[in-house]
Unconditional design. Structure first.
Length: 270
């Protein structure tokens, strides 16, 4: 430091603020933060009173404030303008935090799915207790290809601004009445659920309660054998079913062949 003038070299000033001196060079180049003194030999020096301005810039950059917006603030510095800028960034930060929380829930669900399919017994039937879920239903039928259903799900996710398909749980459902009539392909809807879905128009409530659950490994277009086995098991154990059968593919992200899909089937008990 030049003691007589209270000036710092670019390296000293960068070290003082724990940043790379290339950052100061870039700020100088784009005009957002210039040295206090530039000597005839081209050496640049910064003054101690510039520290507060640099710290403000670093804080705003850490908040992802665009350079142009920072420059606008620096050109028109006031308490009111800083308050407005910080309020805007607080709102954006809250949105990002909400998105990260939703992503955290998605990762937790995917980890739980991995644990579930690792332990899945294809020969086992279970009575399980399920919590209430809110599902978005989209009409389908046995004559509609699964590829079209997926496209409709993607369109619905974009329309509702729900993120991406991997953020949601999705599958298909058919009425239990059709199972009793041995119509194992009478699909009525594909469904998806996502974090923070609230009840309302177009939302189907999957009731809380007991469900008969099984797993099926294979192409989802050939589920009939699984439903025959499930209905035989229910008849043998005098289990009355009602409502809908819900199918959810668990391992789609980890397989490349349709015959390796692992599907969870849940059917409500009467």
């Amino acid at each position: 430091m030049e003691e007589r003038f209270g000036l710092f070299t670019i390296g000293q000033f960068a070290a003082l603020h724990d940043i790379n001196k290339k950052t100061l060079m870039w700020y100088d180049e784009i005009g957002i933060f210039k040295p206090a003194v530039i000597r005839k030999n081209g050496y640049r020096y910064y003054a101690h009173f510039q520290s507060s301005t640099l710290e403000a810039i670093l804080m705003l950059r850490n908040l992802d404030v665009p350079v142009k917006k920072i420059q606008s603030f620096l050109d028109n510095r006031s308490e009111e303008n800083l308050k407005t800028l910080l309020k805007e960034q607080t709102a954006e930060l809250e949105q990002r935090l909400a998105k990260m929380q939703a992503m955290k829930k998605t990762l937790a669900r995917q980890l739980a799915d991995i644990d579930e399919w690792a332990q899945a017994d294809l020969n086992d039937f279970q009575i399980t207790e399920k919590e209430q879920e809110h599902l978005i239903l989209l009409h389908t039928s046995k004559n509609i290809a699964w590829e079209e259903d997926v496209k409709n799900l993607m369109d619905e996710i974009r329309r509702r601004d729900l993120g991406n398909l991997y953020d949601a749980t999705y599958g298909a459902l058919l009425p239990v009445s059709s199972l009793y009539n041995k119509d194992y392909s009478d699909y009525r809807a594909v469904f998806l659920t996502a974090p923070n879905l609230c009840p309302g128009a177009g939302i189907h409530i999957k009731p809380a309660g007991k469900y008969l659950q099984m797993y099926y490994r294979g192409d989802i277009d050939h589920m009939s054998d699984a439903y025959r086995r499930l209905m035989e098991y229910a008849q043998l154990h005098k289990i009355q079913l009602s409502g809908y059968a819900y199918e959810t593919v668990l391992n789609e992200l980890t397989v490349t062949r349709a015959e390796d899909y692992l599907t969870r089937i849940e059917v409500g008990l009467a």
